[in-house]
Design a protein around this ligand. Structure first.
Ligand code: MN
Length: 200
């Protein structure tokens, strides 16, 4: 059974870029609802004590009658658990390690990388996420609909941004571009780089 992870900072810690009310509702209501719905569907199945990442990697073996519920809600739990750690207080800037080198090599420069990442986030129609992932081809930028997770496509998410309206609407209304521009001030490259070195 999944449990809501504690945020690694206070609800108001990401101000002024993400407001306290948005963070509180996002964590205690949206993330909690994904957990409750996933737990309800998994209860009594062979998967109830399996790690969420393993469940999503093997989404095709989840019984067909609960697969969509699990894709959406276990996906929501996994994506949000990462998202909270991908942000932090006094963060932003750019990576410094081998990842910086690989981003420059793949995308041309850090600025070109953020431009492409923002374009993926802006062109995701409706609800979803934009991601920097690593797979057998190295680094890529991608986006997913709803709560689909790159982990179900054999990709490891390094960095992701939630572009559901619930992530920004109270402060930014329809201005997704402004939310994205401010969000870069929160990116926890220490966490992203530590994920990257773990999988290397
Ligand atoms: Mn969300």
């Amino acid at each position: 059974m999944y449990e809501l992870p504690k945020l690694p900072y206070d609800y108001n810690a990401l101000e002024p870029f993400i407001d306290e009310t948005t963070m509180t509702i996002h964590h205690t209501k949206h993330h909690q609802a994904y957990i409750d719905n996933a737990n309800k569907a998994l209860m009594g199945t062979d998967f109830e004590n399996i790690d969420v990442e393993q469940v999503l990697r093997k989404i095709d073996i989840i019984p067909q009658e609960i697969r969509t519920v699990i894709r959406n809600n276990a996906g929501g739990h996994y994506n949000h658990s990462l998202f909270w750690k991908m942000m932090g207080v006094g963060k932003g800037g750019s990576p410094t390690s081998e990842l910086a080198y690989l981003i420059n090599k793949k995308f041309g420069s850090f600025d070109k990388f953020t431009e492409q990442f923002n374009a993926a986030a802006m062109s995701r129609f409706g609800s979803g996420w934009a991601w920097l992932v690593v797979d057998s081809n190295g680094l890529s930028i991608t986006s997913t609909a709803n709560q689909d997770s790159p982990i179900s496509d054999n990709q490891i998410p390094l960095l992701g941004v939630d572009v559901w309206e619930h992530a920004y609407y109270l402060k930014y209304q329809n201005k997704r571009a402004e939310y994205l521009k401010n969000w870069w001030n929160l990116v926890n490259w220490d966490f992203v780089e530590s994920r990257f070195s773990e999988i290397r």
